[in-house]
Design a protein around this ligand. Structure first.
Ligand code: NI
Length: 249
């Protein structure tokens, strides 16, 4: 089930059988000359949507698709939230769902740069009930974040499909997932150098000076629709198992 394609009475009925929801969360940031700006939001959205097909015990909420990406702002099209804004937005999303009885929120993440801010948002949300003490009227919430590439067996498949030069940004695996989802967007551009440099960075100007075309350590020319389909299939199965365990815990 997808929240956006449900009616309020569908959701009311769902809450009779589950208190858990998947929330894809990503970023709107450059992914090199061949990767789509929405890559980090598209990947968890596509995997979660695939997992939810014909699964009445799975509800997928809207994609939180602008995240923490200040270091990519040197490239046109990148959008970001500052960490404090993102924490406030995650808190309001959570309170909206809690209002209706959702108690288990599974944030399904597509962007490494979001991890620290999502964790800070969880601490902010848990603090409200912690300050209240044992007689709090607030429900106890179960909040987790999972990176899609860290689900069991997913990296095994990615390494088999792309044994070299996966890198850490604009990777062939994430680009392949977006190409499988949107085959009309496959880009045929010669990358120079073929493998991007690796290293660390600070702000947006520093990032662009170190990584001229936006990639870090990767060769996304390996990305194909076929590889993307295999990664989506593997990740969707792993997500189903992991989410069901979470929902029943
Ligand atoms: Ni990415």
């Amino acid at each position: 089930m997808l929240l956006a394609l449900s009616t309020w009475s569908d959701v009311e009925a769902y809450l009779q059988r589950s208190r858990a929801i998947i929330l894809p969360i990503g970023s709107m940031e450059q992914h090199g000359p061949t990767g789509l700006i929405g890559t980090d939001a598209i990947c968890p959205e596509v995997i979660a949507t695939h997992a939810a097909q014909d699964a009445p015990d799975i509800l997928v909420g809207p994609t939180f698709n602008v995240g923490s990406a200040q270091h990519h702002l040197g490239f046109p099209g990148t959008m970001t939230l500052r960490p404090s804004t993102m924490i406030a937005a995650i808190t309001d999303w959570t309170h909206s769902l809690r209002r209706h009885g959702f108690e288990k929120l599974y944030w399904f993440n597509g962007h490494g740069g979001n991890v620290a801010t999502i964790a800070a948002a969880f601490a902010e949300i848990h603090a409200e009930r912690s300050f209240d003490g044992p007689d709090s009227a607030l429900p106890q919430l179960s909040l987790v974040q999972r990176n899609w590439w860290e689900l069991p067996t997913v990296m095994d498949v990615c390494r088999r499909l792309h044994p070299r030069n996966e890198g850490s940004h604009a990777t062939p695996s994430e680009v392949a997932v977006t190409y499988a989802a949107y085959p009309a967007q496959v880009r045929d551009v010669v990358l120079e150098p073929p493998v991007a440099p690796s290293g660390s960075f600070g702000d947006a100007e520093d990032y662009r000076a170190r990584f001229a075309d936006g990639r870090i350590g990767s060769d996304p020319s390996q990305a194909t629709v076929e590889n993307g389909r295999e990664i989506i299939e593997t990740a969707a199965q792993a997500l189903l198992t992991d989410f069901r365990r979470f929902a029943e815990s």
